[in-house]
Write a protein that binds this ligand. Structure first.
Ligand SMILES: NC(=O)c1ccc[n+]([C@@H]2O[C@H](COP(=O)([O-])OP(=O)(O)OC[C@H]3O[C@@H](n4cnc5c(N)ncnc54)[C@H](OP(=O)(O)O)[C@@H]3O)[C@@H](O)[C@H]2O)c1
Length: 249
């Protein structure tokens, strides 16, 4: 996927990795970036970065009406970056089941909803790419992370399934597996489970740049930081060893 001249849509663009994606796509020559967020007022500083190239867009993954409206408004998209996601820390046997449902509704069903709305848009524009931001959390059922690993594992398998379906329509589908990234989400996770603080973190800007490199290189599975690459190798070599490594967190 060539970024220069492309039209990108980034979900969750108001903060964290999503915001870093917007800056990185601008720097790499994207023609236009649709910056999508639940609260468009929070996009003001993002649009201010390049008012002629950044378009604010209202989009809540869990609200079908906003997703349909976004797909109608951003009709020139050639690269969809499904970045938005949520977390709910706790242990599955005793945490609020509503939080587990919300994480699955957002990370799995919400991302699928956005993809279903935008695949025809990308196809009409002559083909392009989709990047789903998953997590190394998808590779093992880490106990303190509540429903998050399952939601990301579901997103991983969905990514594989739609990759096969979208290939004949001229759309490549890329899975992104970041390790810990310095954002609100990881700060929150460490506050809930201090043992997570032992893992090395990468900046959102570095992750965004590495994902773009992976997209340009045509990588299907992108591990955008060194720790993610290490976990990815361990998962491929010995998933049981990885489960045991993470079972105390
Ligand atoms: N940080 C990490 O260590 C890490 C590691 C691996 C993967 N990831 C993944 O990377 C992605 C970005 O995470 P982040 O670290 O940047 O998290 P973050 O700082 O918490 O930002 C999350 C973004 O997702 C948006 N969002 C949440 N629910 C949404 C919904 N229903 N509809 C639309 N937008 C919604 C948030 O919008 P609001 O501002 O409105 O809440 C925010 O823009 C997520 O998919 C996350 O799972 C993160």
């Amino acid at each position: 996927m060539r970024i220069e001249g492309s039209t990108v849509l980034v979900t969750g663009a108001n903060r964290g990795i999503g915001r870093a994606f917007v800056s990185a796509f601008l720097a790499r020559g994207a023609r236009r970036v649709h910056a999508a967020a639940r609260n468009t007022a929070a996009l003001e500083p993002v649009v201010a970065e390049a008012p002629d190239r950044v378009v604010p867009l209202a989009l809540d993954l869990t609200d079908p009406a906003t997703v349909e409206a976004a797909a109608a408004a951003a009709s020139d998209v050639t690269l969809l970056v499904n970045n938005a996601g949520t977390h709910g820390m706790g242990h599955l046997l005793d945490m609020d089941l509503g939080v587990v449902e919300d994480v699955m509704r957002t990370n799995y069903l919400g991302t699928l909803r956005v993809l279903r709305a935008f695949a025809p848009v990308v196809e009409r524009n002559g083909g392009g790419a989709v990047a789903n931001v998953i997590s190394i959390g998808a590779f093992a059922g880490t106990p303190s992370l509540g429903g998050y690993p399952a939601s990301k594992a579901a997103l991983h398998l969905m990514t594989q399934a739609v990759r096969a379906d979208l290939a004949p329509r001229g759309i490549t589908v890329h899975a992104v597996f970041p390790g810990p990234v310095e954002t609100d989400m990881f700060d929150y996770a460490v506050r809930c489970e201090p043992a997570l603080g032992e893992f090395p973190r990468t900046s959102a800007a570095e992750v965004a740049a590495a994902v773009i490199d992976g997209l340009e290189a045509g990588e299907e599975d992108i591990f955008p930081d060194a720790f993610a690459a290490e976990i990815g190798r361990e998962w491929r070599a010995d998933p049981k060893a990885l489960e045991r490594r993470l079972m105390h967190i």
